[in-house]
Write a protein that binds this ligand. Structure first.
Ligand code: SF4
Length: 382
């Protein structure tokens, strides 16, 4: 079996009681069948507690006021403390915040942005992220109907997208626009069953002329008629997707309503103010966010043949987090990078921790009338 991880992966340590949030509250923790069996056999006081604190019908830990029944008042896990450490955990608790995407013969493991300690590693990483590869003796399980040809092209496309996104010689807005357009063009080849043309597409997006081309396209959009309105409509459309999603935490909707109201009522920013916001939410932050989403989700397109959908989902995540941070900054210009981390975690907990939400978001983003390339490009411009 082969494995791919981002280079900061090994730097992760759970900060447990120091965590400003906790992963043991706010969502249902599903227990795998093997752990359920193990918990059922447990005796003594811990065994009794397990019997009472597991919802056996649903196969999950009971919650009180949204907190796992085993989470104590110091935000530490009693199951860990009384059950002999890590080995007492179920698969979900053992794995989190690791997120695993499974492909035939390959596991891609990322750290979830929803964990504050992981978000710190992801967003405060100064250097461009590198992907590390390893292999072990574990046998590959064969996957029925796994499309290797498509997967190889997706991997090639993702490598190029990451290279483009991390080319810091160019402004981030050009990098992000080129990455979006590349996935759009790749999608056309997937839909036409013409993946054999993907390599010439990759060559085109590797040429130096690509940068000038996207630079002038963005510039004519920015100075063209109706830019401000297009940007406003596109931003509203993105936020309206969030209204359709399943809500996981009680404080999410009030937070969202407040942020949208702030953004709506804010006057257009002056150049100086734009600069001040960019000093907080830097190009590097935007890059690390987009790289995170692309690494985690892009190759999953092998299962639904929607590379453009995965890219749009990634792009939308980066823009929405940026705008939520902007709303907080408009409310209080003294916020620090801590707020960016908190906002990114919050977004990830609502969107990434629900398969239903991820699926619906991708489906809604497919509306080319509202989320066509030009509309998405406008979100990269002031
Ligand atoms: S959210 Fe992350 S840092 Fe916080 S308790 Fe969970 S794993 Fe540890």
């Amino acid at each position: 079996m082969q494995y791919t991880v981002p280079h900061y992966y090994k730097g992760f340590t759970c900060i447990a009681g120091e965590c400003p949030d906790t992963c043991c509250a706010g969502w249902q923790i599903q227990i795998d069948p093997f752990s359920l069996k193990k918990y059922r056999k447990n005796n003594g006081p811990l065994g009794n507690r397990l019997k009472n604190e597991i919802n056996w019908k649903e196969g999950c830990f009971r919650q009180y006021a949204g907190r796992c029944a085993f989470l104590n008042e110091n935000n530490l896990c009693d199951l860990y403390l009384e059950g002999g450490g890590q080995r007492a955990f179920c698969r979900t608790c053992r794995t989190y915040p690791r997120h695993i995407e499974e492909f035939e013969g390959l596991r891609e493991i990322s750290l979830s942005l929803s964990c504050p300690a992981a978000a710190d590693l992801i967003l405060n990483c100064g250097e461009p992220v590198r992907l590390l590869h390893a292999e072990d003796e574990k046998e590959d399980e064969p996957y029925e109907d796994f499309d290797f040809f498509l997967f190889t092209k997706l991997e090639d496309a993702r490598s190029l997208i990451l290279r483009i996104l991390q080319d810091r010689a160019h402004p981030f807005r050009i990098r992000a626009a080129a990455a979006l357009a590349l996935s759009h063009d790749l999608q056309q080849r997937i839909d036409k069953n013409a993946l054999c043309e993907a390599d010439s597409l990759f060559d085109r997006y590797s040429s130096p002329g690509m940068w000038t081309w996207f630079g002038s396209r963005l510039s004519s959009l920015e100075h063209g008629e109706g830019h401000a309105e297009r940007r406003r409509v596109a931003e509203n459309a993105l936020f309206s997707i969030l209204d359709r999603l399943e809500v996981l935490r009680d404080d999410w909707m009030p937070y969202l309503v407040d942020a949208r109201r702030t953004l709506k009522n804010a006057p257009a920013l002056q150049k100086e103010e734009e600069r001040s916001f960019s000093d907080l939410f830097t190009e590097q932050t935007a890059e690390q966010l987009l790289v995170y989403f692309v690494f985690t989700y892009f190759c999953g397109a092998v299962y639904n043949a929607d590379a453009y959908g995965k890219m749009k989902f990634s792009f939308a995540g980066m823009i929405l987090i940026r705008e939520l941070v902007r709303a907080e900054w408009l409310q209080n210009p003294d916020i620090t990078r801590e707020t960016i981390l908190r906002t990114a975690c919050r977004y990830a907990r609502e969107v990434e921790h629900s398969d239903k939400n991820k699926f619906l978001m991708e489906e809604l983003l497919a509306d080319e009338g509202r989320f066509g390339l030009e509309n998405l490009f406008s979100l990269l411009l002031p």
